[in-house]
Design a binder for this molecule. Structure first.
Ligand SMILES: [Zn+2]
Length: 410
């Protein structure tokens, strides 16, 4: 009995060694980009450009022509310093209990909390200039909806706003400052919240970010296959809270690098020249890819196909293909490879969507897919989307699917 257990433990151990070695190169990039030194690849402490330097060096290893940067500038609201919210004497934990409104300016002071709920939403006469207004939509039958809140904010001057999130905090990036606002999880909000102390540093800056472009020459160098993935994420919410962006999109960046490495081997020379682009500022509104499409370094008309990779970290349910129902022929080729190779549970398809960096290419008539994995871990735009904990469940299978798809493009 004892020997049996040791044997099975040994085989389980071997299994994990084999697994981790297979995913070693995938993990390398994911763990690197989600580490503290890149500050969540946003705009505090130059996180985005630090990641660009790392990626440029990776591109140098594989690109058959010298990789290059493409720079562009844009306004972005940042939270580089203090991030403190105390309600009724309870200090809330940033990222876990609350997120700051993306358009929040610097805010500092102690304020009364004035609650608007189902009992009073129709009849507010209080002077709110020194209050944080808390909207509680519970039991109001939709009366305090987004439209109500928008109208209220236009009509009133307050010290700021508190919104309650029922389930999950999902952060983002903004290019403007409006008024102080925070989003608190209901279970983190003290009952009878009456007083808020807030200390938030915010700075609206102009940031110059960089796309990184690399190339692997193919058998027919006059037509192109594009592989793209954004490497930026949301950055820092205050000087201590980082949004690591493991799935979004260290995972896609890792997939791109792994494909680049694969196609750089002499035996794997692709049918057409493959252009690899790591886009910046996707989270700020697809800015890197929009800039590239307006300042292309290759003739967009000569792109045979573009694959954009974002959220490559799970795959328990398979993948989803944006534009899958637009480019039917290519979609059925993906399905065929998947069926022959027994790779993924399902390959879903959808129509056009403005949800990642393929979008502006599609609008210019470039045939393209955006692939993302589905199922499994649901962390998204939050502090839990880390790198080391990312399962990379079907990373190898998606890798196989993509490399085989690229090889058969004619
Ligand atoms: Zn993303």
């Amino acid at each position: 009995m004892k020997i049996k257990i040791s044997f099975s433990v040994f085989f389980v151990f071997l299994f994990f060694v084999a697994q981790s070695q297979d995913l070693k190169s995938a993990r390398y990039c994911v763990n690197e980009l989600t580490s503290k030194k890149y500050k969540g690849r946003g705009y505090v402490k130059d996180g985005s450009n630090r990641a660009a330097s790392f990626l440029f060096n990776e591109f140098l290893k594989y690109s058959t022509a010298k990789p290059y940067f493409q720079s562009f500038s844009f306004p972005v609201n940042t939270f580089p310093g203090k991030m403190k919210v105390v309600i009724n004497g309870n200090k809330l934990v940033p990222g876990k209990d609350y997120i700051i409104g993306t358009a929040c300016p610097a805010s500092n002071g102690e304020f009364k909390i004035f609650k608007i709920d189902r009992n009073n939403y129709n009849d507010i006469t209080t002077d709110l200039r020194n209050c944080f207004v808390l909207f509680d939509t519970l039991g109001c039958n939709g009366a305090i909806d987004k439209e109500y809140i928008k109208r209220f904010q236009l009509a009133n001057t307050t010290a700021g706003y508190i919104n309650i999130e029922e389930k999950k905090l999902t952060w983002s990036v903004n290019s403007v400052q409006k008024f102080p606002s925070i989003y608190i999880l209901r279970n983190a909000l003290p009952s009878q919240a009456s007083k808020i102390k807030i200390q938030v540093d915010a700075k609206l800056i102009t940031y110059t970010a960089k796309n990184i472009v690399g190339v692997i020459e193919g058998h027919q160098p006059d037509s192109f296959i594009f592989i793209t993935a954004h490497y930026d994420h949301l950055g820092m919410m205050g000087n201590k809270t980082m949004f690591p962006g493991g799935n979004d999109n260290a995972s896609g960046t890792s997939m791109l690098l792994n494909l680049m490495q694969y196609f750089s081997l002499p035996n794997n020379k692709p049918p057409y020249t493959v252009v690899f682009i790591s886009f910046a500022a996707e989270e700020a509104g697809l800015l890197g890819s929009e800039y590239y499409v307006n300042h292309p370094t290759k003739d967009l008309k000569k792109i045979k196909f573009l694959l954009n990779l974002d959220l490559m970290g799970t795959g328990d349910d398979g993948i989803m293909v944006v534009n899958g129902s637009v480019y039917e022929k290519e979609f059925s080729e993906l399905e065929k490879i998947n069926a022959d190779q027994h790779l993924l549970k399902t390959i879903g398809k959808r129509g056009k969507a403005q949800n990642s960096d393929h979008y502006y290419f599609t609008e210019k008539g470039v045939p393209s897919f955006f692939l993302y994995t589905t199922g499994g871990r649901t962390a998204y735009h939050d502090i839990y989307d880390d790198g080391p904990g990312l399962p990379l469940t079907k990373f190898k299978e998606v890798f196989t699917l993509i490399r085989m798809f690229i090889k058969q493009i004619d």
